[in-house]
Design a protein around this ligand. Structure first.
Ligand SMILES: O=C(O)CCC(=O)C(=O)O
Ligand SMILES: [Fe+2]
Length: 527
């Protein structure tokens, strides 16, 4: 519950400005602190100077016999009182105004949970696009070189995150990337020395991971390297000795602890998010039509419609959002957006009850907007009704969604009912889904249908529309889809789910798909 109230910085880009402002603020505060420190050092230096001069003067006196009373009095007074004063002055700390954050500021800082979110995002992105840790650390992301890199400390933090999940293989890759990053970075700055990691810390962690991987020789080698850079560290020495002793008893047949499978193996994140997979794609050719038939207005302004699949029916509707509408939707939502929740079916004997929670299934931020929330939602409602021939008054509100870097929506169906309950009274489900893309994503972030091998990369103003239910009103399993990890930039989407109830005359059940040309709704564009 407490976690739900957190800003969850890694789950969107909308709070990144807040972080930068906070950092700015903290730095000015720290700067103020260093000024006070220098002022204090200056005062001390001046004191030293004066006392030295006085000392020299006193030393110049030929003999103590000739000292006058005043001189000896002032020396005694000085040494009795002034040094007490100095002691007090030196012991009084220079106060740093706000680094002992007060409670409200503490709430605003990223938490361990945020770091965990960010590390999980990288892990999933890496697994989905099969990236190598060292490439990521070097800013080489899926074939494109960027000018940002990860520091050794960032790599080590990734490794620790993976070690906590017993993902030893990939953890080792990250430690090696950290070692390489450290070798690459010329002379070490004070800052690096202060926060680490030291070379020995990196090698020691490498040793530990290699033990878990039952790579005894590799582990010994790593500990030796750790000892070489910190020869006097008793802990490392002890660990090295323990390992040597253990090697005598460690048989190679000792089972390796199993590592958790990657999400991609379970299709939570399919391996074809890159859009480069070979696979069964029924519609090889591109079909484009000008839809001028689902609303009278379209005779004047037909909608460019690209058919991606006929069964299930999936189309791309072009030029559905103007630049002004896109900007309005984004700015309107920015301040209201909060971590997205997904409905989890809770076990109740009586009835299925959905509970909403922020999980790792969907890492984005979102907000619901009614059809009449603003000029843009009004226009989109009208245009979507025209483009699909469906009755948009029977639909859920719009949902504006922003995915940050690494943001995902694991493979899922948008529907919630079992097929046997579809036609019961009082039950309703999502007949169709529309995703309006509000920006081009520089890399990654596709909407992918694993069962169809269709990958749609976000393009500003385009809307992806599909029917979840077929013309008999049953769920099409191949409408399962995924929001793939964003590699670079962020992804803005507006979704609109259209109800099955209320469309009975627009999209009635059909005996055969051939009859779809008689439908008043969008499937009639199939010739
Ligand atoms: O963001 C995407 O590409 C998918 C979004 C989605 O599946 C949904 O909102 O239901
Ligand atoms: Fe979905």
């Amino acid at each position: 519950q407490v976690e739900d109230k957190q800003p969850r910085f890694a789950r969107s880009v909308v709070n990144m400005d807040d972080l930068l402002h906070m950092e700015d603020d903290l730095l000015s505060n720290l700067e103020g602190f260093t000024e006070k420190l220098s002022q204090k050092a200056k005062t001390i230096r001046m004191g030293i100077q004066q006392m030295k001069e006085q000392l020299e003067k006193n030393k110049m006196q030929k003999s103590f016999e000739s000292w006058d009373l005043l001189r000896s009095y002032s020396i005694i007074r000085h040494m009795q009182a002034d040094w007490l004063m100095w002691k007090k002055y030196l012991e009084t700390p220079v106060i740093l105004d706000r680094l002992n954050y007060n409670e409200s500021e503490k709430l605003k800082m990223p938490k361990e949970l945020d770091l965990l979110d960010a590390a999980e995002s990288i892990r999933r992105m890496q697994a989905t696009y099969r990236m190598i840790s060292n490439d990521i650390a070097n800013g080489f992301l899926y074939g494109v070189q960027y000018d940002s890199t990860l520091a050794p400390i960032d790599c080590l933090a990734m490794a620790h995150h993976l070690m906590n999940q017993s993902r030893w293989t990939i953890a080792e890759q990250w430690i090696l990337a950290g070692i390489e990053a450290q070798d690459r970075k010329g002379p070490r700055t004070e800052m690096m020395l202060l926060r680490g990691p030291s070379k020995s810390e990196l090698y020691r962690t490498l040793g530990k991971v290699r033990i878990e991987r039952r790579n005894a020789g590799g582990a010994l080698q790593a500990f030796r390297a750790a000892l070489q850079s910190s020869p006097h560290d008793p802990e490392i020495f002890q660990e090295y000795q323990n390992l040597k002793r253990r090697l005598l008893t460690l048989s190679s047949s000792e089972p390796i602890r199993e590592e958790p499978v990657d999400d991609i193996d379970e299709m939570e994140l399919p391996p074809c998010c890159s859009g480069c997979c070979e696979g069964p794609r029924k519609l090889k050719r591109l079909y484009c039509v000008y839809n001028g038939v689902t609303a009278p207005f379209l005779r004047l302004a037909p909608i460019k419609t690209e058919i991606l699949s006929i069964d299930p029916f999936i189309v791309l509707l072009h030029d559905m959002v103007s630049v002004e509408e896109g900007a309005l939707l984004r700015t309107f939502s920015k301040n209201m957006i909060s971590p997205s929740e997904t409905a989890e079916l809770s076990d109740s004997e009586e009835k299925s009850i959905f509970e909403f929670e922020v999980g790792s299934f969907r890492t984005s931020k979102s907000v619901w907007l009614d059809n009449d929330a603003n000029e843009a939602t009004l226009k989109l409602t009208q245009r979507l009704g025209d483009a699909t021939g469906l009755d948009i008054s029977h639909s859920e509100p719009f949902q504006v969604i922003n995915y940050g870097i690494g943001g995902i929506f694991e493979s899922h169906f948008d529907t919630s009912l079992q097929d046997e309950n579809r036609f019961l009274d009082g039950y309703m489900d999502r007949l169709a889904t529309t995703l309006f893309y509000l920006n081009d994503v520089p890399q990654g972030g596709a909407t992918h249908f694993p069962g169809l091998n269709i990958t749609v990369f976000p393009k500003f103003g385009t809307a992806l529309f599909w029917y979840n239910l077929d013309t008999k009103g049953l769920l099409r399993l191949r409408t399962m889809h995924t929001g793939c990890p964003v590699i670079v930039g962020s992804k803005w989407v507006v979704s609109k789910w259209i109800d099955d109830k209320g469309q009975e005359f627009r999209r009635p059940c059909l005996r055969s798909r051939q009859d779809s040309k008689y439908l008043p709704s969008i499937e009639k564009i199939i010739i």
